[in-house]
Design a protein around this ligand. Structure first.
Ligand SMILES: NC(=O)c1ccc[n+]([C@@H]2O[C@H](COP(=O)([O-])OP(=O)(O)OC[C@H]3O[C@@H](n4cnc5c(N)ncnc54)[C@H](O)[C@@H]3O)[C@@H](O)[C@H]2O)c1
Ligand SMILES: O=C(O)CC[C@@H](O)C(=O)O
Length: 387
């Protein structure tokens, strides 16, 4: 029996995939798996029971990835599962920045008791007029699951699209419309574009990626959209850029005390992935990843351990070893198996940075003695008897 704990509400269509072998627990310390959306896990104690954390979403800046890796806890996310939800809201943001739709809606609300409202709108509406996005230049920073969808859709709306991603994946490159101009120098985007939208992960080296120097190079009246994370933008610098008329609007899905209520900011309460479809997709993918890991030892879409797939075990047993990526360790655990007269029929070892993962299929059930010996090997972080 496995236990899982949800730190945020996770869509039922995902949780329903857990069989009778799983129980939901309110006590995180009992859980082998944690499902999370945006709750911060940075200050949490991680129990020895915990094997997997699944982020039902893309961004993992709320999870201590290194601390988890060090404790042999595999962290998963759900790449692309909410990308369409975010893409659609980016276009809503672009339109809100281009035409004063919210101002117009407020006007109607304020004039709801005016008997002549249908006539007066024709006089009032000029205060809320704007511009179209067709024919304008859009710069997309980060061409991953969301960036590619935004870039491609923008070409269909008549925008001239510039895309920048020095680390673009082969899959993303295949999915990108050939009408998107590939930009290798981000400054070309700053100089040329009327709208700039950022879709990169929040990492140490992307923090404040849009800063004073970046804004200084942008066109006057540029619209900046941030549906990725607030700290990607230097908010002091963007508020100055708004005051100077450099930035016309800052549309962000991440309001905070620096930006809330500030002139020129259009702020949405982190609604990018808050659609039925995105929540369902993320929950389903997260639960499938957790189940495949707990039941078969397979790792798919991890952000701190290598991916590894040996399918469903057809041997007598399967042992999973999470360890540091160091020389000579494979020899040590194969020696333990040999000493205990256990034959390894199949095995995989994969590494990712400082961490590695081994799956061993064995011809007879692993013994307590062998497990204890494996645990004592230096650089082994966690052992799981999968079968
Ligand atoms: N508003 C929301 O609700 C919401 C929903 C999903 C994701 N997000 C945020 O959006 C981010 C992107 O999501 P995604 O699903 O597209 O992720 P993704 O991993 O598919 O794509 C991120 C892309 O950014 C690129 N990148 C990394 N560093 C870069 C840099 N310095 N310059 C340019 N490109 C760089 C990567 O190569 C990758 O292609 C997430 O990390 C998350 O923070 C927000
Ligand atoms: O879970 C959410 O609502 C937001 C998810 C989003 O920020 C993400 O990074 O995937």
């Amino acid at each position: 029996m496995f236990q899982y704990h949800c730190l945020n509400p996770i869509a039922g269509v995902g949780l329903d995939l857990f069989s009778q072998d799983y129980k939901k627990t309110d006590d995180i310390n009992q859980a082998q798996a944690v499902l999370v959306r945006s709750a911060s896990m940075h200050d949490m104690e991680l129990s020895k029971e915990l094997c997997a954390v699944a982020r039902a979403g893309a961004g993992v800046n709320n999870i201590p990835l290194e601390k988890c890796a060090e404790q042999g806890i595999v962290v998963f996310n759900t790449p692309g599962a909410n990308a369409n939800g975010v893409k659609e809201l980016v276009f809503a943001g672009m339109l809100l920045a281009s035409r004063d739709i919210t101002g117009g809606i407020h006007w109607v609300q304020e004039n709801k008791d005016n008997e002549n409202i249908s006539k007066d709108v024709e006089k009032a509406k000029k205060a809320f007029a704007g511009c179209e996005i067709s024919g304008k230049k859009l710069g997309v920073l980060g061409l991953g699951a969301i960036g590619v969808k935004v870039a491609n859709a923008a070409t269909h709306l008549g925008m001239e699209v510039y895309g920048y991603d020095p680390f673009i994946s082969v899959n993303a490159a295949w999915s990108l419309s050939r009408n998107v101009k590939h930009i290798s120098n981000v400054e070309d985007i700053y100089r040329e574009c009327d709208y700039i939208t950022i879709h990169v992960p929040l990492l140490e080296d992307t923090k404040k990626m849009l800063n004073k120097e970046a804004f200084a190079q942008m066109k006057d009246g540029v619209v900046v959209l941030n549906f990725a994370r607030d700290l990607l933008v230097d908010e002091v610098a963007i508020l100055d850029a708004i005051k100077e008329g450099k930035v016309k609007k800052y549309v962000s899905d991440f309001p905070n005390s620096a930006t809330a209520g500030k002139e020129g900011c259009i702020l949405i309460p982190h609604l990018g992935a808050s659609t039925e479809e995105s929540e369902d997709n993320c929950a389903v993918m997260a639960v499938q990843e957790v189940k495949d890991f707990l039941e078969n030892g397979n790792i798919r879409n991890s952000v701190n351990y290598p991916n590894c797939d040996m399918g469903i075990c057809s041997s007598a047993g399967r042992v999973a070893i999470l360890h540091k990526n160091v020389k000579g360790i494979i020899g040590k655990y194969t020696a333990v198996m040999a000493d205990n007269n256990i034959n390894i029929s199949d095995m995989t070892n994969k590494s990712r940075g400082n961490y590695a993962y081994s799956l061993l299929d064995i011809d007879s059930p692993v013994t307590e003695v062998a497990i204890e010996q494996l645990k004592k090997i230096d650089s082994v972080l966690k052992i799981r008897v999968v079968k």
